[in-house]
Write a protein that binds this ligand. Structure first.
Ligand SMILES: [Zn+2]
Length: 114
């Protein structure tokens, strides 16, 4: 019997999935807009998070298909939208694949976390 296997498409959908957004007004974590505590409109923050997830999924797909330069660009755009360890890690792996050690060092510092 096989363990639960996750298909590449399922992984991509997981990367695109929105994260919780912390309300900038009251600091409540929310899974949807408006904020459940103060009613603040969080739609723009969710849109940015969704765009970051789409860029992240594109980076992963490019890396898997050998398009390292495209993967690095998508991962960097994802990072610009939302700083996630996954974006830094994908950018790092893309730089390693491109043999760009200076950029790999830059992303390694971000991929290892604070
Ligand atoms: Zn709030």
């Amino acid at each position: 019997m096989q363990a639960n296997r996750v298909s590449p498409d399922q992984r991509l959908r997981a990367l695109e999935k929105m994260a919780e957004i912390v309300c900038p007004s009251c600091a409540k974590a929310n899974e949807s807009t408006p904020c459940r505590r103060c009613g603040c409109d969080l739609s723009s923050l969710f849109a940015i998070d969704r765009a970051a997830g789409i860029e992240l999924a594109a980076a992963a797909k490019c890396l898997r298909t050998g398009k390292a330069a495209d993967a690095r660009n998508h991962a960097a755009r994802s990072w610009q939208l939302r700083h996630t360890l996954m974006a830094a890690r994908l950018a790092f792996l893309a730089c390693v694949a491109l043999a760009d050690s200076a950029a790999a060092r830059y992303w390694c510092c971000r991929a290892c976390g604070p």
